[in-house]
Ligand binder design. Sequence first.
Ligand code: FES
Length: 118
Amino acid sequence: MAEHVVGPVADFPPGTHRVVRLGRAEVGVFNVGGRFYALPNVCPHQYGPLCKGSVTGTTACSAQTGWRFAWVREGEVVACPWHGLEFDITTGRCLASPRLRVRQYPVGVIDGQVTVTL
Ligand code: FES
């Protein structure tokens, strides 16, 4: 495993993400509410550029929403630009099919620099 510096924390304000190249891999680095996550920029469906999709939320209907559909988890979901499958950035799981998931790379902050370990 190798740790890569991907840029200063200031380049990743909350609610933003960037796709960076680390050697032969492209990785999406996301800041969700001040916490960093890194996912491969490859969708497990048909290998689309997952992390170049829009960051959004999703609708849910549960006891937490009073059993009414509500918009939840804004900023925690990335939608693949090819066919729209949505993935939870914080877990890597596909919302439509939780058995489908993308890996998550460890992210750290060292001396004000965001690092990703591949
Ligand atoms: S390639 Fe991502 S949803 Fe199809």
